[in-house]
Design a protein around this ligand. Structure first.
Ligand code: SF4
Length: 353
């Protein structure tokens, strides 16, 4: 049976009103969405799942309950609160965006996706999502869940990302029917709870009678994705340098680039081959290689780090700051460096493993 966009929209909104997921950033039934909460959550949800975001969102809104409060925060406090979420350019852009909204826009987020896109850290997807969810603007929202749901609903076999323009048009057609913000979130919820990647629960789906992929028995094969390039592997070394009082040396990464502005233990550059350690190892101590390695996956490459420990005997000053290991949590350490600290800790506890 062929359904109109309006019929599809009515079916899904009826389901959403009964089965919507509850999140701290999401308005309840009949409530107006808070643009600050929507913006903050959408930035956090870029590249990060909802389960991991909830605690960070609650912590941020407890410390900085509105955009003016966030604009007034120290940049380092924002980076430290973000530590562990990854993709740290998001935190720097978040703070820059809060300052612009607070000082140049009287604390009001624009509702127009074109204006939202001019703000730091807000790309086309995030602008469309904020405009739809916070301001009920009919803008074409397309995340991974919505791509999957619409690919199946219309049995689109063209591989992603080539199919994105067609999916965006289909998304807009549905969102424009009624309650744009709820419709966008309803498609996200359908993809997250019933129309899941491996085993869609079609019998419970409000779109089952309309779904082309279900009727053709190909739901589990969609969406088709273009073959990805293999992810390159890089290697490097990191130095855990301690002082006699047990403090460990940290330094700040350059503001621009990967993990920009975050803290780290000194180390070598990362590349295809392990570099000569001598130019990068802080001078004045004997280095000992710890057993094992630390592995971490970035979006565009995998990294394996060798870890070296040594005690500083040098009297002259050394670039960086000394921090007691128990207080590392107070610094903006990315997940990679937290893994390094955990590795050192495990090796010290189990020296013979
Ligand atoms: Fe997804 Fe199945 Fe619903 Fe189609 S019927 S949208 S495949 S859950």
């Amino acid at each position: 049976m062929r359904h109109s966009a309006r019929q599809l929209s009515d079916l899904l909104l009826d389901w959403y009103d009964r089965h919507r997921r509850v999140f701290p950033w999401r308005a309840g039934p009949g409530e107006s969405a808070d643009p600050y909460s929507v913006w903050l959550s959408e930035i956090m949800l870029q590249q990060t799942g909802t389960a991991a975001v909830i605690d960070y969102f609650n912590n941020f809104t407890a410390r900085w309950p509105d955009v003016q409060a966030l604009a007034g925060a120290e940049p380092d406090a924002v980076l430290t609160a973000w530590a562990g979420l990854g993709y740290y350019a998001r935190a720097r852009n978040l703070h820059r965006c809060a300052k612009i909204i607070s000082t140049e826009m009287k604390g009001e987020f624009p509702a127009d996706p074109a204006l939202l896109q001019k703000l730091p850290g807000i790309g086309p997807y995030t602008a469309a999502a904020i405009a739809a969810i916070a301001f009920d603007t009919a803008s074409p929202v397309l995340d991974g869940n919505i791509e999957r749901v619409l690919s199946r609903l219309h049995a689109i076999t063209q591989p992603l990302p080539g199919a994105k323009p067609a999916l965006r048009t289909l998304s807009l057609g549905l969102i424009a029917c009624a309650r744009p913000g709820d419709m966008a979130q309803a498609m996200m919820d359908l993809g997250a709870t019933l129309c899941t990647p491996r085993s869609p629960d079609c019998p419970r789906c409000p779109w089952q009678a309309a779904c082309a992929a279900h009727s053709q028995g190909i739901a589990g094969q969609l969406p088709v994705k273009a073959r990805k390039q293999p992810v390159p592997s890089h290697v490097g070394a990191v130095f855990w340098l301690t002082r006699r009082d047990g403090a460990v040396l940290l330094r700040r990464r350059p503001e621009k680039g990967l993990l920009g502005g975050m803290m780290e233990f000194p180390g070598t550059p990362w590349g295809d081959k392990m570099p000569d350690l001598a130019p990068y190892a802080p001078a004045g101590c004997a280095w000992r290689a710890l057993p094992g390695t630390v592995r971490h996956a970035f979006t565009h490459f995998k990294l394996t780090l060798g870890v070296y420990t040594g005690e500083c005997t040098r009297a002259s000053p050394i670039d960086g700051i000394w921090v007691q290991p128990a207080r590392l949590g107070e610094y903006a350490l990315p997940s990679l460096m937290r893994k390094v600290a955990a590795h050192v800790h495990a090796c010290v506890k189990e020296p013979d493993r």
